[in-house]
Ligand binder design. Structure first.
Ligand code: DGI
Ligand code: FE
Ligand code: FE
Length: 199
């Protein structure tokens, strides 16, 4: 699957990431391809979004803010105070401007990969979930269950991940972005409706 185009993108991304982030990126791309097979999504779009999802991650925080201002990227209140959230929107911008990506769903998958949101497309969910379960991840709780669920039902995997992320954020007392909450509310509602149906 590594044709000239992908080889070009991979080499370009390797130059702007540190070693661990590059390894994580390859893990997300290959996991996204596996999920794309399972859910009948175009494999190349999944690979591209996986390769580029963290393309802005290794830019120093101060520079991230400067670039967001320069590129007129509008930030939520939470993003203004949490540099760790900025690489998602900034990454989508850079993917379009510096990597020539025009596929809007690929760009949106990059935009929403950190917080999620309500009612995501299949590709958006695949990138969000692949980011959480790629083989290099080890620390999150329920990881074995979530990895299994990712290949059974994307919406249920979204529910488990957003639930655990909110729990984790509440422990660290980091402010929760409105989109992170929206994602949890949307997927917990789907989960509750399904549980209700089974009664
Ligand atoms: O870039 P990665 O490390 O691969 O993963 P990511 O883009 O999903 O970022 C993960 C971090 O983002 C994780 O530490 C939790 C954090 N995060 C997700 N939603 C929110 C959040 N942090 C804050 N402060 N608020 C949120 O709503
Ligand atoms: Fe990220
Ligand atoms: Fe990531």
């Amino acid at each position: 699957m590594e044709n000239e185009y992908f080889s070009h993108i991979r080499k370009k991304i390797k130059k702007v990431l540190d070693k661990d982030r590059y390894r994580h990126t390859l893990g997300v791309a290959s996991t996204a391809v596996c999920l794309a097979m399972r859910y009948e999504v175009d494999l190349e779009r999944a690979k591209l979004a996986g390769l580029l999802h963290d393309c802005a991650k290794c830019i120093p925080d101060k520079k991230k803010y400067e670039l967001c201002t320069e590129f007129h990227i509008s930030l939520t209140e939470t993003e203004k105070h949490n540099p760790s959230l900025l690489h998602a929107k900034l990454g989508a911008y850079i993917a379009r401007e510096q990597y020539g990506i025009t596929d809007q769903e690929v760009l949106d998958s990059i935009t929403w990969h950190t917080t999620g949101k309500g009612d995501m497309t299949t590709l958006e969910k695949i990138i969000f979930i692949a980011d959480y379960i790629e083989p290099g991840r080890t620390k999150q709780k329920n990881l074995a269950l979530i990895r299994k669920m990712a290949f059974m039902n994307l919406d249920e995997a979204m529910y488990l991940i957003t639930r655990d992320t909110l729990e984790y954020l509440s422990k660290t007392s980091a402010p929760v972005d409105e989109k992170t909450r929206e994602a949890y509310e949307f997927y917990s509602e789907l989960h509750n409706n399904k549980t209700e149906e089974l009664k």
